[in-house]
Structures are given as C-alpha cells and as structure tokens.
Unconditional design. Structure first.
Length: 118
C-alpha cells in the first residue's frame, strides 16, 4: 500500500504529470470559460430569482440579480439552448416559457435547425 501512495505522491507532487493537461483542458473548455450549458443557465436564473424574492429591500442585490437574469436571457438565443428546448419538447412535451426569457425566444429556439440532426 505504501508503494501505491508513494507512486501517487510522486505522480502528483513531484512530476506533476497531469497539471499541464488539466490547464489546457480547462482553457479550451467553453463551458468553463465563457459559455453556459442550459443546465447552468437554469441554475443561475433560479438562484437570481430566489435572491430577488428574498431580498426585495436590498437594491444592490436586486440590481445584481437582474443582471444575472439578463445574462441568462442572452443565452436563450444560442444553439445549446435551442438543442435543450427541442429535446425537452420531444421528451417532456412543450417546454414552458421560463421567467427569464420570452415567448419569442422560446419559439426561435424551437425553430432553429440543428445541422447535425438531419
């Protein structure tokens, strides 16, 4: 067992064989740098809405929550959100219009033609 721990320690601390790989992996991952997957859009929007409702007297918090909701709304115009809406429509029936977007944005998401799906 000591041998396994020694190899692990050397691999991690001395040779750092995985460090560069992980750095490049994170730098090239759009979901870790600038893009949001639909599940994160929903999570951030929900958290922002909860903050607004639990802190209505805190103007700064409401202002920041509104900014988050605007940010989330901007992601409803992308292909990833369109893919999610189309899949949710197929699997669960028509996806409702979420509180951070509009009926028009949801319709545009449904109308986007996904190239790799034929």
């Amino acid at each position: 067992m000591f041998g396994v721990l020694a190899v692990g320690f050397l691999y991690d601390q001395v040779f750092s064989l995985w460090t560069e790989w992980r750095s490049v992996d994170m730098e090239r991952n759009p979901y870790a740098t600038y893009a949001l997957a639909p599940v994160w859009v929903m999570t951030f929007a929900l958290q922002a809405e909860i903050l607004k409702r639990t802190s209505p007297d805190d103007e700064d918090m409401v202002k920041q929550a509104d900014w988050y909701l605007k940010w989330c709304e901007s992601y409803t115009e992308g292909e990833m959100f369109a893919r999610a809406v189309q899949q949710w429509d197929k699997d669960l029936g028509e996806t409702p219009t979420f509180w951070f977007t509009t009926d028009e944005a949801m319709q545009r998401a449904r109308e986007i033609k996904i190239e790799d799906e034929g």
